[in-house]
Ligand binder design. Sequence first.
Ligand SMILES: *Cc1c(COP(=O)(O)O)cnc(C)c1O
Length: 279
Amino acid sequence: MTSPVVELSDDRAARRGLRLFLKRDDLIHPEIPGNKWRKLKHNLGPARAHGTVLTFGGAYSNHIRAAAAAGRIFGFATIGVIRGEEHLPLNDSLAYAERMGMRLTYLDRASYRRKHDPDVVDALRERFGDFYLLPEGGSNALAVEGCAELGAEVPGFDVVCCPCGTGGTLAGLAAGLAPRQRALGFSVLKGGFLSGEVERLQRETYGGRRGNWRVEDGFHFGGYARRTPELDAFTDDFAERHGIVLDRVYTAKMMFGVLALAGRGAFPEGARILAVVTG
Ligand SMILES: *Cc1c(COP(=O)(O)O)cnc(C)c1O
């Protein structure tokens, strides 16, 4: 199944001679939206073979929700290792994960930072037995391959944009594009380290860098899940103009960035720009 593409009529792009499109990956699956579906898809086989998946995320992680739903739908057990301490009652995301049958456990912040290190993983295996490990955000080589399919679905565009959290989506998207296309990822994290992560994931998947891509670090609005009145006003205005409510952690920051870059003349006139609504 592929997700629909719609053209946006937006004077901020039109003024610069640009055509702007949205790839509605948020509509790709009812319970497992957008890039989380793309990243999980090829991991479902090994997950079912092992019977149990263990994965990591923050208390509001979309990946934790998606992994829990996938376990329920495709028939494997799920363990979610959540950063920080347990807070009761559970927030909506974690309550949903638990309803989907996910077993929740918590790691203090210091250990969580080293969550993929062998000693931390060994301790988890001692506690929970054998499992298929999905890294934080679900970003592994099979996830990158799933996101490369997204790139292959959008041949008609010059620049393809996505938000970046762990960088798995951009790593795959860029690899799936044709040589004349380029990918632009908008980091929602402060720190400027995401290019390195995207490169590491491409190396793990393909043995080296693939595609024409860049991470834009100027639109994180203070860091993960941080908001500003300017970003909120932009998101509200976008919903009013286009009838699409962007998620404030990821896609709103990307869209703000795309239109800001357009306003600065960063894209060549006549370019067809596609923004992926990842969730
Ligand atoms: C998880 C998520 C992302 C981040 O994707 P990465 O592959 O981790 O970079 C982007 N957008 C949405 C809506 C998400 O839920």
